[in-house]
Design a protein around this ligand. Structure first.
Ligand SMILES: *Cc1c(COP(=O)(O)O)cnc(C)c1O
Length: 346
């Protein structure tokens, strides 16, 4: 805990008011266009409005995918991107699944590092970071192309300074367990595409209104899957249980990173399908958490179902969740070494 956090914890003064996650864009962005079957050279531009035909493919047929990951300012002031290659690979996989032109891995890497370099003064101190948001969408102006892939596309890399996700310290989440509605079409679960978030919006807003929850855990057919934008882990002493990878849900890089470091921290990792009944059983004396780039690992305090509320463990963010989170954050901040290839210095 840094000195500032310590002060606010001991005096219980209100946290400094910071812009909400994602509401501020950094001053520069990178742009490349797909035209005549190839990518243009990319350029760095001042972040500003883009021009788009009202007939653009993406506006009608949702040909779009994105990524989300972070660059961190280390104690010596240097800036480092966490697991950039995994996010580039996932972006290319999303593009393929949507019949969008695949970004070139080397070019996308160059666009990301160029943006980070250009806006390095805007990277906040920890626990803040620079959130990076590559975005790809079909621009072909043709409203008759419902079943034809876009032949023109735009690739952007946006950056957004973000501050601590939990402004008032880690707060246990209230999660609604949704056993009927699916988050998205099952074959698109592993694709980071806008339509999936649109599909999850209705069930999420309904649950928020009815049960005042933070998020919805989608469990179609009674099998635990994930929430609208984060993976789900069950955690207890020496043991982590999470759903095994399949195309129905997003394969989080945070999930992958946590599972990779868990054995060194003394956790056995079990990846398999499990049911809501099994989750509720675990919750009686175990922990549950959501994993994703934004919050890293966020503890779940309560699972809400139509049959009532189920407290998870003590109802607070559990010690094993805190320990796993701290271990990954220490790697992101350069305080402890990572496995090879996880960090790209800019
Ligand atoms: C982005 C996302 C995640 C988390 O992925 P990370 O790579 O860990 O940030 C999980 N689920 C969904 C639906 C997502 O969109």
């Amino acid at each position: 805990m840094n000195a500032q956090a310590m002060t606010s914890a001991t005096t219980a003064s209100p946290p400094v008011s910071r812009p909400a996650f994602g509401s501020v864009l950094a001053g520069s962005m990178a742009v490349a266009n797909w035209h005549d079957g190839r990518w243009s050279a990319h350029e760095l531009r001042r972040t500003a409005t883009i021009e788009l035909s009202p007939a653009a493919h993406v506006l009608h047929y949702a040909s779009t995918c994105f990524e989300g990951f972070k660059a961190y300012r280390w104690a010596d002031g240097s800036i480092h991107v966490f697991r950039m290659d995994r996010h580039i690979a996932r972006m290319r996989q999303s593009a393929r699944a949507l019949a969008l032109p695949e970004p070139d891995a080397a070019q996308l890497a160059a666009m990301i590092t160029a943006v980070v370099d250009r806006v390095r003064d805007e990277v906040p101190e920890p626990p803040g970071a620079l959130y990076l948001r590559p975005l790809l969408f079909g621009t072909t102006p043709n409203i008759g192309a419902a079943s034809v892939p876009a032949t023109e596309a735009m690739l952007l890399v946006l950056a957004s300074p973000v501050w601590d996700y939990f402004t008032a310290g880690p707060k246990p989440l209230r999660i609604y367990v949704e056993e009927r509605a699916a988050r998205c079409a099952p074959h698109l679960g592993m694709v980071k595409t806008g339509g999936n978030y649109a599909a999850a919006m209705g069930p999420t807003l309904a649950a928020r209104q009815k049960y005042t929850v933070d998020q919805v855990l989608f469990c179609p057919g009674g099998e635990v899957q994930e929430t609208g934008a984060a993976n789900f882990l069950l955690i207890r002493a020496g043991h982590i249980l999470t759903r095994s990878l399949d195309p129905t849900f997003l394969h989080g890089v945070t999930r992958e990173s946590l599972l990779a470091i868990a054995p060194q921290l003394g956790f056995r990792v079990e990846e398999r399908v499990f049911t809501v009944a099994e989750m509720l059983d675990w919750a009686r004396d175990g922990e549950a958490a959501l994993s994703g780039t934004a919050a890293v690992l966020a503890g779940v305090g309560t699972l809400v179902r139509e049959d009532g509320e189920h407290r998870v463990g003590s109802g607070e963010v559990g010690p094993h969740t805190r320990r796993l989170r701290a271990a990954l954050v220490a790697m992101q901040q350069g305080e402890v070494p990572t496995p090879p290839g996880w960090i790209t210095r800019v």
